[in-house]
Design a protein around this ligand. Sequence first.
Ligand SMILES: [Zn+2]
Length: 639
Amino acid sequence: MSRYSAFVRILSLALLGAPLAAASPARSADAAPAAAAPVASTSDHTMWDLTDLYATPKAWDESYARTKAAAGQLGAYKGTLGKSAQDLAKALVAISDLNREAARLYTYASLASDQDLRNGPNLERNQQAQALGTQLAESTAWVAPEILQVGAKKIHAFVAADNTLKARFDYFLDNTLRGAPHTLGVEAEGVLASAGSILAQPDTLHSILANAELPVPTVTLSDGTQVKLSQAMYEKYRQSANRADRKLVFDQYWGAWKKFEGTAGSMLTTQVMGDHFTAQSRNFKTALEAAQFPDNMPAAVYRTLVAETNAALPTLYRYLKMRKRLLGITDDLQYYDNYPPMFKLDVQPKFDVADSERITLEALEPLGDDYLNLMRKGFSSNWMSVYPAEGKKLGAYMNPGAYDVHPYLLLNHNGDFTSLSTLAHEWGHAVHSLLADRAQPYEKSNYSTFIAESASIGNEMLLNDYMVAHARDKQEKLYYLSAGLESIRQTFFRQVQFAEFELAIHEELERGKPLSGERMSQMYCNVLRKYYGEAEGVMKINPEYCIEWAVVPHFYYNFYVYQYATSMAGAAELTDQILKEGAPARDRFIKLLSAGGSDYPYELYKRAGIDMATPAPYRALAARMNHLMDEIERLEAEK
Ligand SMILES: [Zn+2]
């Protein structure tokens, strides 16, 4: 949803040949909100201090030159991995240390660039850092094949005999050995590494069309306002209380996309073909299987997620019917009726940064002192760029890329409840990284997307409960209850809806069927009709809006959205357990976060008492949604 943006995650271990610059995509499928005017604050910690990373740009340049030169020398370790445990450790330490420095270089470059996207030298540094990531990936493409050549037996003996290997690389080595059936020879691995940049082009094409070149229509709203329908303006005016305006905005915005249905279809087809190509090259049966492999995620998790979400659709229908009643709609509910708020406040509550920090700390009290102290330390440091500014990147993210320094956070705080909620969310990511970095060596600190949203969304849930409990009056209670509801629709149901569509187009190709923009729109319509209950009489889906798939960047991220949705269900069950059980559940949660990326996410969840392949987490989320609606109905009945 609009308030969430990129949770930038830099791969800390490019050993597996993944490009360093593969920052993970924006966390949900809508774009960042437009920047608004700054709000005065009493906090002095509103601008990040990049000198914690490098004292001067010159220091950055020097480290860059050193790291680049050292990356050029990594070939010297080729052929040494099987010699002895010490040789293996020496090579892995050298590679890992370079990756660690490269991640720090990239963190500095991307933060500086995001602070002012118009700054040429910063953009250049950013490109240099990305190129260094690619260079590192290419110059270590031989590592995995060589480890496999040495063989599991010898590698396990090495790990048992060497403390460095045991402490820092056991998980990596285990994961690499697990990849034997899917790792090719040195030559083929080199070809695949080189093909990486070609396979990334559909995403670039989509981004250029969506963000720059799509001709944007201008509409005249009922009050005479003329609006140029960029994505940000579309997101603003689709919330309009005037239904005719909402319809106009939808008709024009999606009408503009509809003209590019063929182009968008070809771009996405190319992406799906690329996923299929990579999967096939690596001996996977399907693109989904390939996407699940790096996390060792059981196939049952995807199936359970989809099955349980389908089973929970009556809960979504209940919400949609409530929405229809509260918006006073007497004919068919339409897709453009999803966005206007059900409850409005006469005076919008305002939260400056100091308020937001104080409220977040109070709301998160159930998470205990360890968690809160890390947050307090961050609040009193210069880790955040808080306010919107000319040329600054929109949205919000936490960047954990500098393991030896601290997380950095980018916000665009404008004083509304969304800004408060975003702050709580991004600090969930920050505390997660702080806990993981404290407990794990660099090589095991980088956590999976499956777990990444559990702290951030858990924070939001606790914040929402707090706002409801501390609301000044009934109307404010209703406002926060409905905000919590809409959050579940957008961050869970909408993501699973995307996940079903993503799987469907991949399967269509894998069955040998042709894909096209028109076919994708049909398939997307089918998913929408199910999710919004057309057959059940809940909502009418206008096929003209079924081009929505064309705008979603996440379909270029290779099965990302389902990881996100899974993470949200995990957050719901964890939050539930913490509120019911207290300390024991809280300790399991802190342990889960502290585990970082030291094991496969499915196993880590299980140790925290959560089995993502069972219905429980998804049912906890549906129960939460029903509870919010029960509360709304109870308050309404009080009248
Ligand atoms: Zn997030």
